[in-house]
Design a protein. Structure first.
Lengths: 192, 221
């Protein structure tokens, strides 16, 4: 009797998870689309950081972009900040990082992200979330009001990426979508 | 006496000549018939051989003729009513094969017609959306924030509200769409302003009774 109960429970559990699992089976084309989507979000972040850091960006626009940039991240995510002057890496909440970036004491700031690549492909976790790591190189240049370059560094950072299947009610129907969220951005190395 | 014997001889000669002429005529009549019979037999044999050759080529897919001509040829061969059992067998097989090929060709033609109609429909729909794509492209290409915001405000007039949902298709496969996180039209227009790039095309729209857009679906190029 006990065994029968366990058997029924197992069968019930299988009936619930099987359709979900079947839905999660991704063809190579779909997996590639998700990989590209996650990469695109990192590129979007790169663009937002450039806009926020630029002294040419109006204050209202920079604040709007900070809101958009923050939406790219999971709640509680942190951004690592390093400097050639200090060996220790400091971690800020993403919002705090963007606000500090906007107020940097340079007349001109140039931030460029390049060599944006997966170091760890998106892998499906037991709960259905896909997790991967994308690495970026960041070139930072700070100028004074005379246009002189007063600080420059290159930093290598790793960004954890999470992709989860979610649903939303749109126009009276349920739409399934891929929600890409960035996690912590960790500094790996800083050089001149 | 002499006259009588001359007339007898002449008659005799005439009879002999007539007999010879008759015999000659008879034999040429016979050989004409024989020739005609032989000719007919040869023609029949040639026809049978050609029929076998043509039918075999049709069955082996080595016939140089298009489908319609092959069907016509089989009909012609059939009309000969050739008694040869091999030819009859080949005709039956050829007819079956051509019937099946005809059905496949008809199905392909119907599918092609459907594909063309679909492509035509899509093109006309895309033409309908072209003005929207152009508006979005112009927002992305503008350099100044002020000008971009002006274009955004103008674009928002064709939408029911700034919060109408925008769905972005990232992949399509077997009629199934994969979407990015839904956004709003105002956020999307500001997004293309920030990125300075519009890499999408309008896939579908929904409108309300006033003709304002209430839902927008885009697909990544």
């Amino acid at each position: 009797m006990k065994n029968l109960g366990i058997y029924i429970l197992f069968l019930f559990g299988f009936m619930i998870t099987e359709p979900v699992l079947a839905q999660q089976h991704l063809s190579p084309a779909r997996k590639q689309a998700i990989d590209s989507l996650a990469m695109e979000k990192v590129r979007d972040l790169s663009k937002y950081i450039t806009i926020i850091g630029s002294k040419n960006t109006p204050w209202s626009e920079a604040n709007r972009v900070i809101d958009r940039a923050e939406e790219l991240f999971m709640p509680g995510s942190q951004m690592g900040v390093s400097s050639l002057a200090k060996p220790k890496v400091t971690y800020y909440s993403v919002r705090k990082y963007f606000e500090r970036l906007m107020r940097l004491n340079y007349s001109k700031v140039e931030i460029e992200w390049y060599k944006i690549n997966y170091v760890s492909d998106l892998q499906r976790q037991p709960d259905g979330t896909y997790v991967g790591v994308i690495t970026i190189f960041q070139k930072f240049k700070g100028y004074d009001k005379e246009g002189r370059l007063i600080y420059e560094d290159t930093t290598k950072k790793d960004i954890t990426v999470f992709v989860k299947r979610k649903q939303a009610q749109i126009g009276g129907r349920l739409i399934g979508f891929w929600d890409v969220l960035l996690g912590d951005v960790r500094v790996k190395e800083t050089s001149r | 006496m002499l006259k009588k014997s001359l007339s007898l001889t002449t008659s005799y000669i005439l009879v002999v000549v007539s007999v010879f002429m008759l015999m000659g005529g008879l034999s040429s009549c016979k050989s004409k018939k024989k020739l005609a019979k032989e000719k007919a037999a040869a023609e029949y044999t040639a026809r049978v051989q050609q029929a076998k050759k043509d039918l075999t080529a049709i069955l082996n897919n080595t016939s140089p003729w298009p489908l319609k001509q092959q069907i016509k040829r089989v009909e012609v061969i059939k009309s000969y009513n050739i008694a040869d059992p091999e030819v009859k067998g080949l005709i039956t097989k050829a007819e079956e094969k051509l019937k099946s090929e005809q059905a496949v060709a008809a199905r392909k033609a119907a599918e092609e017609k459907l594909r063309e109609a679909e492509a035509k429909k899509q093109m006309s729909e895309q033409a309908r959306f072209e003005h929207l794509n152009l508006i979005f492209k112009q927002i992305a290409e503008v350099q100044s924030y002020t000008e971009a915001d002006d274009k955004i405000n103008k674009a928002l007039e064709i939408f029911a509200t700034p919060e109408i949902p925008v769905l972005i298709i990232i992949a399509q496969s077997e009629g199934f769409n994969d979407y990015d996180r839904p956004t709003t039209i105002k956020k999307f227009l500001n997004y293309i302003k920030d990125m300075k790039s519009y890499d999408y095309r309008v896939d579908s729209i929904k409108k309300d009774v006033h003709g304002k857009i209430t839902e927008l679906e885009l697909i990544k190029k």
